[in-house]
Design a protein around this ligand. Structure first.
Ligand code: FOL
Length: 225
């Protein structure tokens, strides 16, 4: 995968790394957080950006504005997205499943079904070569648990955009821990986060909801060397 050496994980997790409950997000809709998810996953980096996932030679051969980011998710995460929002628009959707496409529920033609992350990206690469898909901008792994775990073990995954939810919602699905002895993951500065996502990111916690329903969260970037 010469052209994809910088996949990123994108996740919202509680302080205990909870990410889901009953195949849904554990928290009531956080509009600004979801808007961040949508903007960040859609934004294709400028060609000069060092966070680009493509080789220099490939970049030169692709005119501006013709690349698309890819979102890679497990089958249950796919099913957790409200039908009216899937496939996630303006992004190439890859769904990971051990089942064949024909055994899954209705799958739009433009969704790639693959048995693992690398084969999904390889399928996309060959479709793009044949002009049947747009070349990849950035690759984002968007869950769930087992897909994150696999992605974090791939050398291609070098960044994690983590939204830390500062409230302990009950969860039955978790993100792998990034902290603790021997972890290669390091929290980067807010400036490095801004450079990565190519937008202004609020410093410190953001709050949504009111009273007992209020939830604060913070946008963070982790990377490994
Ligand atoms: N990462 C972060 N930071 N926040 C999340 O909520 C999140 N969610 C998932 C994976 N990583 C995440 C998986 N779950 C949609 C719904 C659930 C979901 C991911 C995406 C979704 O409907 N997205 C629409 C926006 C809908 C809206 O604007 O309300 C999209 O177009 O991205």
């Amino acid at each position: 995968l010469k052209w994809c050496d910088d996949a990123a994980g994108l996740v919202a997790a509680t302080t205990k790394n909870g990410i889901g409950k009953n195949n849904a997000l554990p928290w009531p809709m956080l509009k600004k957080e979801m808007a961040y998810f949508a903007r960040v996953t859609k934004r294709v980096p400028a060609p000069t950006d060092t966070g680009s996932v493509q080789s220099d030679s490939f970049k030169q051969s692709v005119p501006e504005g013709t690349r698309r980011n890819v979102v890679i998710m497990g089958r249950k995460t796919w099913e957790s997205i409200p039908p009216k929002f899937r496939p996630l628009k303006d992004r190439t959707n890859i769904v990971i499943s051990t089942q064949q496409r024909s055994q899954l529920g209705p799958m739009p033609d433009d969704v790639i079904v693959a048995s693992d992350i690398i084969s999904g990206l390889k399928t996309l690469e060959s479709l793009a070569r044949d002009g049947q898909a747009l070349p990849v901008g950035r690759a984002f792994v968007i869950g769930g648990s087992s897909i994150y775990k696999t992605a974090l073990e791939l050398p291609q995954t070098r960044s994690i955009l983590l939204t830390r939810i500062q409230k302990d919602f009950d969860c039955d699905s978790f993100f792998p821990t990034l902290e603790g002895a021997g972890s290669a993951w390091h929290r980067r500065s807010q400036k490095e986060l801004r450079d990565f996502v190519q937008e202004d990111v609020a410093e410190g916690p953001i709050s949504e909801g009111e009273g007992t329903e209020a939830t604060s969260f913070e946008f963070q970037l982790y990377q490994r060397d």
